[in-house]
Ligand binder design. Structure first.
Ligand code: UTP
Length: 236
């Protein structure tokens, strides 16, 4: 079977502050996709909702308190972002699935036919991190890459703690002591990894790689199975 990779692409990565950075990031991502396709490797990308998800959920919260309804707003935003990425690949003739799948089994079947499959969220109750883990499991990938806007998993939030320590490797027990495991986040809440995704990855025996997706070269290293700057999670 051809090598299959699945990456969760944090929604914030799509919108760096500088317009120039956006062009360059999308350009590098597209080059990476072309490179993988050229080597007959298959890539599933699960895109997060980022700013449109947060804004949409905040707006809906003025009238709605039901978490599942707010999650549906977040899911719509992830699918919007997925469509942007999908169309950017289609625009240069990449072999990307023409539909945005709404389940990971559908995504996995599409990956049999196409080099690239781009999707967003699926069901209420988790984030796109969990979708990526389920996609990796269904597609028979050995690991799932979480490309986000922090460099590593830290023992505490590095934005608020100068003495936060980063991990280059850790096991699932260490990770779940930091992130929690199996408990859903509230709609639109931010965390380095969704605790639902942590539980699913542990149960599926997948390795997780958490890295800074703003730097496409780091993502490429992880995809190539090379040592990468970030956190590798494996083992109970
Ligand atoms: P994201 O996956 O974007 O959450 O989903 P995130 O962790 O904030 O990721 P970034 O910031 O984009 O990297 C946004 C919201 O959409 C709903 C949830 O409410 C989530 O908080 N969602 C998403 C679901 O309910 N189900 C899904 O499968 C995906």
């Amino acid at each position: 079977m051809t090598v299959r990779h699945v990456v969760a692409l944090g929604g914030s990565l799509l919108r760096p502050e500088e317009a120039e950075q956006r062009t360059s990031w999308f350009g590098q991502l597209r080059q990476l996709a072309v490179h993988l396709e050229g080597n007959d490797r298959r890539l599933g990308i699960v895109v997060g909702g980022g700013l449109p998800a947060r804004e949409g959920i905040e707006l809906a919260k003025t009238m709605i308190s039901d978490a599942a309804r707010l999650d549906e707003v977040g899911i719509a935003a992830t699918r919007l972002n997925a469509t942007i990425v999908q169309q950017i690949f289609l625009d240069i003739g990449c072999d990307v699935a023409p539909t945005i799948p709404s389940t990971t089994s559908e995504a996995s079947a599409l990956l049999d036919k196409h080099h690239l499959v781009v999707m967003g969220g699926t069901q209420p109750g988790h984030t796109t991190d969990a979708v990526a883990v389920a996609f990796a499991r269904d597609a028979g990938a050995s690991h799932c890459i979480i490309a986000t806007n922090v460099s590593h998993v830290f023992d505490k939030d590095p934005r608020n703690h100068d003495d936060a320590q980063s991990f280059s490797s850790m096991n699932y027990d260490q990770l779940s002591a930091i992130t929690g495991i199996g408990e859903p986040l509230s709609p639109g809440a931010s965390a380095v990894i969704d605790p639902i995704a942590v539980g699913w990855a542990k149960n599926a025996g997948l390795r997780l790689a958490v890295l800074d997706g703003r730097k496409i070269e780091i993502l490429e290293q992880a995809l190539d199975g090379k040592p990468f700057e970030g956190t590798l999670i494996q083992g109970a």
